[in-house]
Design a protein around this ligand. Structure first.
Ligand code: NAP
Length: 287
């Protein structure tokens, strides 16, 4: 009981600190983001987006559909996926329930993706991830396992299964695999979430080298703070985009990450191999 009260107080005091900072730095920022005009850059391309039922994945799915692609989103919660498909409201989007951490089912799920998309898969956004709950020096073994189950095992086996599929179905056309890392994968890592995001960068480089000769371009994106369920403070702030972490003093919208990913999936970005692109408002270079 006492512990509960203590934690509550810490939460209230950090919320108060953040609020005071908003006031002292004049932190109300309303965002207006320009979206590029899409000219069917992804027409008829078949794209899988893991964790596509919400947040960044859902924004990417919407942009891909708008750019002419057939899109399949995956996740663990069928209701969420169904609602996401409904919210996009197009014949070009469908879903598949797939827990990315289930390594043994990955190859079969890839076959199911191909069947649902009605043809060979051109691109994958390996996005499914879970957020940190515990931080150094209070990280438990259970937290380590929870994070690594999805952000480590899930990301790896998803990437492996799709790469294997592409090795078995060679093409002269470029395929794209985009792994989602984080700004935390570019700074000192003191807790499992950040360590997993460093690992994703490593995997992106390793697969980039391995798969380029097969015309599979493996790259990554490392977002900063983005307003999604993973950043509940940002959702709670509503229209106030203030965030004290980066040089722009704001969070990003998922659509801003989606715009970069659409570029990376398009034929305009076919000379990039093994890179993880930071989109973090300057967070990783600010010191
Ligand atoms: N928001 C940020 O500030 C931020 C910053 C840097 C990086 N990222 C990364 O961006 C990616 C997307 O996160 P988000 O911010 O968009 O948060 P989000 O809305 O919570 O999206 C995460 C998605 O992953 C799915 N997911 C989680 N575990 C899964 C599993 N084992 N198998 C399949 N799907 C799973 C979730 O759906 P279910 O739970 O229904 O399965 C959810 O739809 C994550 O990799 C995250 O680490 C986010």
């Amino acid at each position: 009981m006492i512990k509960k009260i203590g934690k509550g107080l810490i939460r209230i005091s950090s919320a108060f600190k953040a609020f005071a900072q908003v006031l002292s730095e004049g932190g109300i920022k309303k965002l207006e983001v320009s979206m590029l005009d899409k000219h069917n850059e992804l027409e008829n391309r078949k794209i899988v987006i893991t964790g596509g039922g919400s947040g960044i994945g859902l924004a990417v799915a919407r942009c891909c559909v708008n750019a002419g692609a057939d899109v399949l989103i995956t996740g663990r919660n069928e209701r969420k996926l169904r609602e996401a498909v409904h919210s996009i409201g197009s014949d070009s989007i469908s879903y598949l329930v797939w827990d990315a951490s289930d390594a043994d089912s990955a190859d079969l799920k890839v076959q199911e993706c191909e069947r649902k998309l009605g043809g060979q898969i051109d691109a994958v956004v390996n996005n499914a991830g879970v957020p940190p709950h515990e931080f150094f020096p209070s990280v438990s073994g259970a937290e380590w396992d929870r994070i690594y189950l999805t952000n480590g095992k899930g990301i790896f086996f998803t990437a492996q299964a799709f790469c294997k599929y592409w090795i078995n179905h060679p093409s002269d056309e470029y395929r794209h695999l985009i792994n989602i890392s984080s700004q935390g994968g570019f700074v000192g890592a003191l807790y499992p979430y950040r360590m997993s995001k460093w690992d994703i960068r490593g995997l992106t480089e390793g697969l980039g080298v391995q798969m380029a000769p097969q015309n599979v371009l493996v790259n990554g994106v490392a977002p900063g703070v983005v307003r999604t369920a993973m950043q509940s403070f940002a959702v709670q702030q509503g229209d106030n985009a203030y965030c004290n972490q980066n040089l722009l003093k704001r969070y990003a919208l998922p659509e801003e990450v989606a715009e970069l990913i659409i570029f990376m999936l398009s034929g305009a970005c076919n000379f990039m191999v093994g890179q993880t692109i930071l989109l973090d408002g300057g967070y990783s270079i600010k010191n």
